[in-house]
Design a protein around this ligand. Sequence first.
Ligand SMILES: [Zn+2]
Length: 83
Amino acid sequence: MSRAARPHLPVRPIWLCRVCGHPWPCGMARLSLLTEYRGNRTALLIYLATLKVEAATQLAALTPGAPPTDLTDRFLSWARARG
Ligand SMILES: [Zn+2]
């Protein structure tokens, strides 16, 4: 039960990291995803886009009446190929 071995996964429906408590994907989650999807950036972006839709739906349900947050930067911008 090593704390370091626990994967940084989101807690639904609040979308905070279950390990470090930061908005998911946290830094460690991003690193893990980049490693896992190395060489297949397109698949990573599709995966993240799917999660972004799920997160947007769940977060909107948590805060009815509040304008929906644009999650593009949080979920997608960091993963786009550079250059
Ligand atoms: Zn984390």
